[in-house]
Design a protein around this ligand. Structure first.
Ligand code: FES
Length: 121
């Protein structure tokens, strides 16, 4: 493995992350400019809280209404209409507290698999 690849994997926190957050930033489910504000807030708050979470900006989950959509793995919890204010509650109750904000959960699919070891070298 090259040093550059190892550095990238380390920077992405692949080996240490406990969660992966995806935020759709539009353009059809929400106004991209508004979603960018939420995205920047998520990045800052993940950093500030020391949350062991990867975060990825997405551009369409094919829902295309009711966004910005935030998906939290490994739980596979989908939240719509994400905002700075709503993320603060998701952060407190779900990401730090371990309990999803039930009234905002639109869908759940954890994509559970038990055969991940089969793919490891
Ligand atoms: S643009 Fe966000 S789900 Fe399609």
């Amino acid at each position: 493995m090259s040093d550059a690849l190892q550095a990238g994997l380390t920077k992405a926190t692949i080996a240490t992350a406990e969660r992966h957050l995806f935020l759709c930033i539009g353009p059809d489910c929400c106004a991209p400019a508004d979603a960018e504000v939420v995205w920047e807030h998520i990045k800052r708050r993940v950093r500030e809280t020391g949350l062991r979470a990867m975060r990825t900006k997405a551009q369409c989950f094919r829902i295309c209404t009711g966004g910005p959509w935030l998906v939290v793995y490994p739980e596979g919890v989908w939240y719509g209409a994400m905002s700075v204010e709503r993320f603060e509650r998701v952060l407190s109750e779900h990401l730090l507290g371990g309990k999803p904000v039930a009234e905002w959960v639109v869908a759940v699919n954890a994509l559970s698999r038990n055969d991940a070891d089969d793919f490891l070298p």
